[in-house]
Ligand binder design. Structure first.
Ligand code: F0G
Length: 482
């Protein structure tokens, strides 16, 4: 099965857009990159953008916007209360998900804050396919806990399964019986499951989970931040939806959920977020929090320009040629890496290409943060910035021990429609070189370790002087080349 759009029978992934504005990027020599990485405490979040060649940290807030999005920004109706921009955005969202009420919030985690305050009580449990870092942090900060019920294959690096993000229905039933539904604050489905490699959830699975939640009186929450990729995979990988319109798939998802929220830094290719529901009581309770934490109800902490761009971006995310660009490039990079023997998560998901750092750095233990070490080493080898998604992104247990992540991944995210195919080839080439020299990569040790979301601004040092050895080998193999 291939998701790639072929051109004239050739194996050419075809971009359905053209580039009309560009940004100059620079590639520093490896010695300079090593210096910048050390200054950043071996944490790619602390690098400065000017020192980065290709920024594959995330697709959040850095997607290419269309000419129509920019044009819409000029029509933004700037007013504290009652902005026409809000009503335009509200009606796009109501139509898209067929839900009645919309609340704006400044980004995805702000939505998580509001709905956690609505639903989480101390000691309660939120059940979900898999957590996202900010989601878990909000639930736990309010005294709740999470339970993950992703299917077993979801945590396997390699599988043939088309929908590895699915919730395990047996585990769901078992958890409800064990915990008692009064102790479950909500059930959450994350589209395009971020931390396990951008893996999608099937419509059939959502239907089943929704049916159980309705029968048990449990609130079902949908994190639609990665909806675009998930919609693409539903259309491409599930025969039932081959000839269905994307809007109809989206509306069916809407019909299954009680609350939908999203980061518009991802969905809608702008910057912002929002919550939807048709439940009036929940809407009224959450509405009280918007002016308190976000801003007045018709902007919710967002710029009206971004809201206009979001309204257009959301409509564009219903176009298969637009939403296919990321999954196609992810697949191309994954395929190229697999031919070079580099271990990656399969099947390729959305969001980015996910390198299996545990296999890549099999000589490192999880306590040495293999995914973080690989992210730092790859920046040295290429000037490309990726993101650690492993034990470093977890939080320590109260007794100080590490929460060992299910997977140690280096995520190379694809901001939507930003990179070219030759840049993708460069990424594959440098990663293959690093794989050949993987034994040179050493571990990382925390020097400054924040208690919550430590991956954002924690600082580390290297376990031994392995960057120097890596530079030496690079120079021996590439000569004067950058
Ligand atoms: N949920 C999911 C599934 C996400 O991927 C993100 C953000 C959020 C919620 C939070 O949204 O950033 O707007 O507050 N993911 C980004 C990433 C940060 O890089 O994957 P936010």
């Amino acid at each position: 099965m291939s998701d790639v759009k072929f051109f004239s029978g050739e194996n050419i992934p075809l971009e359905m857009h053209k580039v009309r504005m560009v940004q100059r990027v620079y590639l520093l020599p490896i010695e300079e990159r090593a210096k910048r990485m050390a200054e950043a405490g071996y944490n790619t979040f602390l690098l400065r953008n000017k020192d980065i060649f290709l920024d594959m940290l995330t697709d959040s807030g850095v997607n290419a916007m269309s000419e129509n999005q920019y044009a819409a920004m000029l029509q933004a109706d700037d007013s504290y209360a009652g902005s026409e921009t809000f009503y335009r955005l509200e009606s796009v969202l109501q139509d898209m998900f067929n839900m009645e009420y919309f609340l704006p919030a400044h980004q995805g985690r702000a939505c998580e804050h509001i709905l956690s305050r609505l639903l989480v009580t101390p000691g309660s449990t939120a059940i979900m396919n898999y957590h996202f870092t900010t989601t878990k942090a909000h639930i736990c900060t309010l005294g709740g806990q999470i339970e993950e019920i992703i299917i077993d294959e979801g945590l396997e690096i390699n599988s043939e399964l088309a929908f590895k993000g699915n919730l395990d229905i047996n585990k769901l039933n078992e958890a409800i019986a064990r915990l008692g539904r009064e102790n479950i604050c909500f059930v959450r489905i994350e589209a395009g499951t971020n931390l396990v490699g951008g893996q999608p959830v099937s419509m059939q699975n959502m239907r089943e989970v929704s049916k159980i939640c309705r029968a048990e009186g449990l609130t079902l929450v949908y994190d639609a931040s990665l909806l675009s990729d998930n919609l693409y995979f539903i259309k491409k990988r599930d025969g039932e939806f081959k000839d269905k319109e994307i809007i109809d798939i989206t509306r069916e998802i809407g019909s299954l959920m009680d609350i939908i929220y999203f980061s518009a830094r991802k969905l809608g290719a702008a910057r912002g977020g929002g919550i939807l529901t048709s439940n009036k009581e929940m809407f009224l309770q959450m509405r009280e929090m918007v002016p308190l934490y976000e801003g007045f109800l018709t902007y919710g902490g967002m710029s009206v320009r971004e809201m206009e761009a979001m309204a257009i971006g959301l409509q564009e995310s219903l176009d298969i040629d637009i939403i296919s660009q990321t999954p196609i490039f992810v697949e191309v990079l994954c395929r190229e890496l697999l031919t070079k023997g580099v271990p990656v998560v399969t099947p390729p998901g959305g969001l980015g290409c996910h390198i299996d750092a545990r296999a890549f750095c099999s000589h490192l233990s999880q306590e040495q943060y293999p995914a973080g070490a690989l992210a730092a080493a790859f920046f040295l080898a290429s000037g490309v910035r990726g993101m650690e998604r492993g034990t470093l992104s977890e939080q320590r247990n109260p007794d100080g021990s590490e929460t060992l992540a299910h997977m140690e991944l280096l995520r190379l995210a694809f901001p939507k429609r930003v990179f070219t195919l030759s840049q993708v080839r460069y990424v594959a080439d440098r990663l293959a070189w690093l794989y050949e020299n993987r034994e040179l990569i050493g571990g990382l040790i925390f020097e400054e370790e924040p208690r919550v979301l430590r991956f954002f601004f924690g600082r580390l040092k290297t376990d031994g002087n392995w960057p120097e050895k890596l530079i030496k080998k690079f120079r021996a193999d590439f000569g004067e080349s950058l």
